[in-house]
Design a binder for this molecule. Structure first.
Ligand SMILES: *Cc1c(COP(=O)(O)O)cnc(C)c1O
Length: 427
């Protein structure tokens, strides 16, 4: 039997066998891109004023955050050498792993080796890998609230149960350790901390990290330490890697070059096992990671090839300059936010690129919630910020200050006019 077009094909099937995986479609609500897409949906660019992007953290487009020339040379050199046109191996090229091990060992009381390092396509893929490795039927994972959305999405997609522990705003967003312990049971496999923090812009002290490690040991769970913002600190507290406590409780440290070198498009990250006692080896965590890497794709080979030069040659001045700009923009943000009605900011950001602020809806006359606030702000002022619900904190906002200083001032001034215009008249 032929179809009507007479092209010799069978008639089309009455129905295609595909039907969408509803779990996947449901994840749009828990993806940053999904939420920001909805915030921007009603925004019409008028050509008169530029859009101010305070929603997602990618400062790479701003000249003051341009990456180090040594980093560019490293990649160009690797590409020109012709030595990196092949597939890499599944765990990553040995020289790159060794150089990352040495780089991270500078801040640790013991030496990491190349074997402790696994390369990934950015920190995002590192999260994906770890969630896949940890997810066995029935497992649950403890995530911070507020928190970085991607963990939730990956954990849920892998079938893990997600439980939330609180970060306490008036204690510098420290982990509520009592609450955390109450959540854990024998199916809890790990807890996640993000330090320096996204979305809170906080930095944890040595003492607090020590308590986290002791708690994890007591519960028999691993600590996943997302340190993608390592060394991006500009307050009193210096960055301390969680790996310092690897002998108390084994730590999976996740990182990348995306934020410190301001090259999120280069897609190179890592998983590092901070485990001087060899726990991971004994209970087959390492075998699990290697098995997963055998069935996933690798970061681009020439960026792997560039890593030793990139790490060795980048000058301290570049890092100092980036931190200096962030200090300046964090200051601008803090000072300007203080003068905006209906918004309060519990603490000045000390690290990363973000700050959380609280909306006082009772002082506004016609705003329903954080999402409504963000959609109307985008529409009326062409300023994009992330509604707090997207990081598990309804009626707060996450604002990034990692953009050029003059755009930031402009954006915060527009935020101020918006709040003024929508606040209730004073009695
Ligand atoms: C940006 C970010 C990531 C993802 O990093 P990439 O290297 O760009 O994949 C992971 N975790 C946190 C907390 C981030 O802010």
């Amino acid at each position: 039997m032929e179809n009507a077009a007479g092209d010799g094909l069978l008639p089309p099937p009455a129905a295609w066998n595909f039907s969408p995986n509803e779990a996947l479609l449901g994840l749009t609500a828990v993806s940053l891109r999904g939420v920001l897409g909805r915030v921007k949906a009603g925004m019409v660019e008028d050509g008169a004023r530029p859009v101010v992007p305070l929603g997602h953290g990618d400062p790479s487009a701003f000249p003051c955050f341009r990456t180090a020339p040594e980093a560019v040379d490293a990649v160009a050199g690797a590409l020109r050498s012709g030595e990196y046109n092949s597939y890499a191996n599944s765990v990553g090229l040995e020289p790159a792993r060794r150089s990352i091990a040495q780089y991270l060992s500078r801040n640790l009381p013991y030496e990491l080796s190349a074997d402790d390092v696994y390369l990934s396509s950015g920190c995002a893929q590192a999260i994906e890998i770890i969630c896949s490795v940890l997810a066995r039927p029935g497992a649950n994972i403890l995530l911070p609230r507020p928190g970085y959305l991607f963990y939730k999405a990956r954990a849920i997609f892998n079938g893990m149960e997600v439980r939330y522990f609180d970060l306490v705003p008036d204690r510098g967003w420290e982990v509520d350790l009592d609450g955390l312990q109450a959540l854990a049971d024998k199916n809890t496999v790990a807890m996640v901390i993000v330090n320096p923090g996204n979305p809170c812009g906080n930095v944890y002290t040595y003492e607090h990290l020590a308590k986290i490690a002791e708690t994890a040991r007591k519960l028999g769970i691993f600590v996943i330490a997302d340190e993608v913002y390592a060394h991006l600190t500009f307050g009193e507290k210096k960055f301390v890697p969680m790996g310092v406590f690897g002998s108390v409780s084994p730590v999976l440290t996740l990182g990348s070059i995306s934020k410190r070198w301001v090259v999120p498009g280069w897609r190179l990250g890592w998983i590092v096992t901070n485990d001087p006692n060899g726990v991971f080896q004994r209970i087959k965590v390492l075998d699990s990671i290697k098995s997963y890497l055998n069935i996933s794709s690798d970061p681009v080979t020439f960026v792997q090839g560039a890593i030793p030069q990139l790490i060795e040659n980048t000058k301290e001045e570049f890092f100092d300059k980036t931190v200096e700009v962030l200090r300046q923009t964090a200051d601008i943000c803090w000072e300007k936010l203080k003068g905006i009605s209906c918004i309060t900011c519990p603490s000045k950001p000390e690290g990363s690129m973000f700050v959380m602020v609280k909306l006082d809806l009772s002082c506004m006359q016609d705003i329903k919630d954080d999402m409504d606030f963000c959609c109307r702000l985008a529409k009326e002022e062409l300023v994009v910020v992330l509604p707090g619900y997207a990081v598990g904190y309804k009626n707060w906002l996450r604002i990034t200050f990692a953009i050029g200083p003059s755009s930031l001032e402009d954006g915060l001034d527009r935020l101020k006019s918006f709040c003024l215009r929508h606040s209730k008249p004073k009695k």
